[in-house]
Design a protein. Sequence first.
Length: 151
Amino acid sequence: MNLLSGEFRNTLDEKGRLSLPARMRSELPGANLVLTQGIDKCLWLFPPLQWQELSQQIMANTSLFQARARLIQRRILAPAVEVEIDRLGRISIPQSLREWAGLSRDCVVLGISKYVEIWNAEEYERYLADNDDEFLAATEDISKVLGGLAL
């Protein structure tokens, strides 16, 4: 699988279907994907192999005897559903996930290397505006990790 990237604006139809951009679909390894709650009020969409790796890592590093671990399991693993890209390039987003992420008509679809985020467009714009200072601080931190990588 090639790396997923790009920011796309798409419309959620009245039946809860969202068209995935053609460029993004061409990078996905098949028609079956896993959709779940993400962090920051967005949905995460994974190819099956990446989902399997993530869910195995979560389970291997959490315990059902720890409250925080159960919270992570319940918020990320439990709501996960398999979705299929239909012949028109759409996925059907279950109502419970649409409601959780506040998805309405206008959505933003972000390719982030090995997974996709799906946001309500207004929520995403708010998130960017609210986190601008944090983004600048994060770029300073990552520059230390990258060791002055010259681009």
